[in-house]
Design a protein around this ligand. Structure first.
Ligand code: ARG
Ligand code: ZN
Length: 492
């Protein structure tokens, strides 16, 4: 695809001291979203670099290699940490941001990409030196002043702003990314929306830790993944909230919520701090709805091993979302589910279980989505089984043969059916079929080892087949083939 140059460089190089003035801005002035973008150029002064032998790098790939989303993620580097400093301007529906990205080059890099959708970039530096930046659809292409050596750690700072707009990602349900509802803002990114509010290597394969410094109007409350660091700091009419997510996290799981929230103590489950973030207008109802969280953590601890993160809780926003999303340590739900009381048990259990299967262990590619949704569905059935309801075998058989749409193979649903029923139900049924083939002891060993051996990382369907065969000593190719890839729904 053609690249659009957007960097105008006014370079004034003097032999003794080089003063370089960079003006970086998007050229599409007709974009109405630019209105709130803030300054469109910056000035910085840099000393001349006394360089050693120059590195000859090559461009990092524009995608990480996901078969369903070729443009998602990038090649040539691995991010360790993102620092997101964002100011939320609800009157303009806009953000002003500075994202600092600590990464390591996995090849010698002449340039590299970040994923960023919309917004206006006003400055990019790499290791303190101004870098050239161009936009190409949802890619931000960064060319550092000097190439980066393979294995080198480097820090990129991107200054940007504008009105974040959710993007369509082909999964056909709704647009993902930063969501605005009046004064309230929150994030629903799965699978490809994180780039709507920060420049990111947007793929689960590149997990990182995060720190947040979010500034909002003084009367609003900010909540993110992880836990707060200190008390919020007041400015003129504003309040700045710092927090940290210490455990590596996939970008689609980042949550930043800003609104009229009440932060509610949900007690503890062992060492796990439970805190819910509930829109004030539905806090009373949501307290009741979320009351079984600790009990649910206990049941899942027993299935998958200890809850993997420092905190957990539910974020309830003031809008009927029609779904929930397992944003790490802080599952987001809407007004609808928040007011369901006990009827929400299944879905709350489902999102909680994603903290192990989905968040701690994430899909290696988006084609592997059933590893999230099939496992989370199966977790609902285990909860039922362990709390006096129908067994998993009964839940799975209640589905068998009831729906024609289960003839779509969950192991390769395609982007448009990424979140379709088959991925959830037939995915769960596949695990029941596995359980019946290998027996309970092997099956629960597989679940535990699955989580333990891939914690903090990603895993693929092939990894699950290999582990299941190792634990059970059986050849299971035919079973997984039937359940995951053959068109027709098998019978249990
Ligand atoms: N992972 C969410 C859930 O379990 C589903 C989110 C749907 N996301 C989407 N982009 N359509 O239940
Ligand atoms: Zn799910």
């Amino acid at each position: 695809m053609r690249r659009t140059p957007v960097v105008a460089t006014v370079g004034l190089a003097v032999l003794v001291l080089a003063a370089v003035i960079w003006a970086v801005g998007r050229s599409d002035d007709d974009d109405p979203d630019r209105a709130a973008g803030g300054a469109s150029s910056i000035t910085s002064t840099t000393a001349p670099s006394t360089t050693a032998a120059p590195v000859a790098g090559t461009p990092g790939a524009a995608g990480i290699g996901d078969p369903y989303f070729p443009g998602l993620g990038n090649g040539g580097y691995d991010v360790d940490h993102y620092d997101l400093a964002l100011t939320w301007l609800p009157d303009q529906g806009a953000i002003e941001g500075v994202t600092t990205i600590d990464a390591r080059a996995t090849q010698a890099l002449s340039r590299f990409d970040l994923d960023l959708a919309g917004l206006e970039v006003t400055a990019v530096t790499v290791d303190g030196q101004p870098a050239a930046a161009t936009r190409d659809d949802r890619e931000l292409v960064v060319t550092p002043a000097t190439a980066i050596a393979e294995g080198a750690a480097f820090t990129t700072v991107v200054t940007y702003g504008g009105r974040p707009r959710p993007v369509g990602d082909g999964t056909d349900l709704f647009d993902v990314g930063w969501q605005i509802d009046g004064d309230e803002a929150y994030v629903v990114s799965e699978p490809a929306g994180a780039g709507t509010f920060f420049p990111v290597n947007d793929h689960p394969r590149d997990k990182a830790t995060y720190s947040f410094e979010i500034t909002a109007p003084a009367d609003q409350v900010v909540a993110t993944n992880g836990l707060p660091v200190g008390d919020p700091v007041d400015g003129p009419g504003t309040r700045t909230w710092r927090s940290q997510a210490r455990d590596p996290m996939a970008s689609y799981l980042v949550q930043i919520a800003i609104g009229d929230f009440e932060v509610v103590d949900g007690g503890r489950a062992g060492d796990v701090v439970i805190r819910h973030v509930l829109h004030r207008s539905l806090a009373d109802a949501a307290r009741v709805t979320t009351a079984r969280t600790a009990e649910m953590i206990d049941v899942l601890d027993d299935v998958y091993g200890p809850f993997p993160f420092e905190a957990y809780g539910v974020l309830a926003v003031d809008e009927d979302l029609g779904f929930a999303l397992e944003t790490q340590t802080l599952t987001i739900i809407g007004r609808d589910i928040a007011t369901w009381g006990r009827r929400a048990d299944d879905i709350l259990l489902h999102e909680l279980s994603h903290q192990w299967v989905g968040d701690l262990v994430s899909p290696a590619t988006w084609q592997d989505i059933w590893l999230n949704e099939g496992f989370a569905t199966y977790s609902e059935w285990l909860w039922s089984e362990r709390t006096g309801g129908p067994t998993a075998a009964q839940r799975a058989r209640a589905i068998s043969g009831t729906r024609a749409d289960l003839d779509t193979p969950p192991g390769d649903p395609g982007t448009e059916e990424l979140f379709s029923t088959t991925v959830y139900w037939r995915g769960g049924m596949a695990l029941q079929a596995l359980r019946e083939a290998v027996g309970d002891e092997a099956f629960f060993t597989i679940l535990r080892r699955w989580v333990d051996e891939h914690r903090g990382s990603v895993a693929s369907t092939e990894d699950l087949v290999a582990l299941s065969e190792e634990v059970s000593g059986q050849d299971l190719d035919a079973l997984f083939q039937r359940w995951l890839y053959d068109p027709r729904l098998p019978r249990l």
